[in-house]
Write a protein that binds this ligand. Structure first.
Ligand SMILES: C[S@@+](CC[C@H](N)C(=O)[O-])C[C@H]1O[C@@H](n2cnc3c(N)ncnc32)[C@H](O)[C@@H]1O
Length: 235
């Protein structure tokens, strides 16, 4: 690991620890308020799958995985949830108990790059604001291939990835090195996705320019990003 990655991970750990400590899932005004819309839209697409196996890479405290476990609980499901932070997985397990899905949530503290996705195993793989946090461009490309290989026939991949991020310290107006381990041009990520999932049925492929403020160390950072969303279904 190099010092740039260490610095980003320390800064991300501080900001995520604060939000995961201070806020309750689905009971807050932040991004933890509800699952992303795309995840809700995917549920009916899996209605004719049997017992559902899901992988949520960079799961946080379960914003999307707890919802999915609730939706698929009756037909049997297991959601493998991976996060680099101990506190994320602790709170994920706590939230699984509160929502009565503790049997359906399998939380693991692990990095996305170290977690080996089993081949031909998952009905759904999610990586929401997570793949841009692997340690290198090579790790990013390798993980796309692993995700593709991990999906069963007719299974679905849902990726939400920040690209071309710029970051500015609001207090000093200084332009900063964006605190994203892999900060690639939008077109390049699109090309990687097109290549990795060629021949799949594209359900959604969008680029949404977004701006928002986040706490970063002792200041507030203004972020500008092109958020890429890709949802595809395997043949
Ligand atoms: C912006 S949050 C999104 C969480 C969740 N996907 C959601 O949509 O609510 C990013 C999450 O990815 C985790 N993360 C960052 N880098 C990671 C890595 N290399 N491996 C595993 N998890 C990572 C963070 O700890 C954090 O919980």
């Amino acid at each position: 690991m190099n010092s740039r990655i260490d610095k980003i991970r320390e800064s991300e750990k501080i900001s995520h620890t604060k939000i995961y400590t201070d806020e309750d899932l689905y009971n807050t005004d932040s991004w933890l308020k509800k699952p992303i819309k795309m995840v809700k839209d995917i549920v009916p697409l899996l209605s004719d799958h049997g017992c559902i196996r899901v992988l949520d890479l960079g799961c946080g405290i379960g914003r999307n995985s707890i919802y999915l476990a609730e939706q698929f609980k009756d037909k049997g499901c297991l959601v493998d949830c991976i996060d680099i932070l101990d506190i994320a997985i602790e709170k994920l397990k706590h939230n699984a108990c509160i929502h009565d899905v503790e049997e359906n949530i399998n939380g693991m503290v692990c990095t996305i790059e170290q977690f080996s996705v089993l081949e031909n195993t998952y009905d759904l793989i999610l990586a929401v604001s997570a793949l841009e946090h692997v340690e290198s461009q090579k790790a990013f490309l390798d993980k796309l291939q692993e995700i593709k290989a991990g999906i069963k026939s007719q299974g679905i991949v849902c990726l939400v990835i920040n690209s071309e991020v710029t970051e500015c310290n609001m207090n000093t107006e200084e332009v900063m090195d964006p605190q994203f381990e892999v900060n690639l041009p939008t077109k390049l990520i699109q090309a990687y996705i097109d290549d990795a999932f060629a021949g799949w049925n594209t359900i959604k492929k969008t680029i949404s320019p977004q701006e928002y403020d986040i706490p970063r160390d002792s200041a507030i950072s203004h972020l500008s990003t092109n958020v890429i969303t890709f949802v595809g279904q395997a043949p």
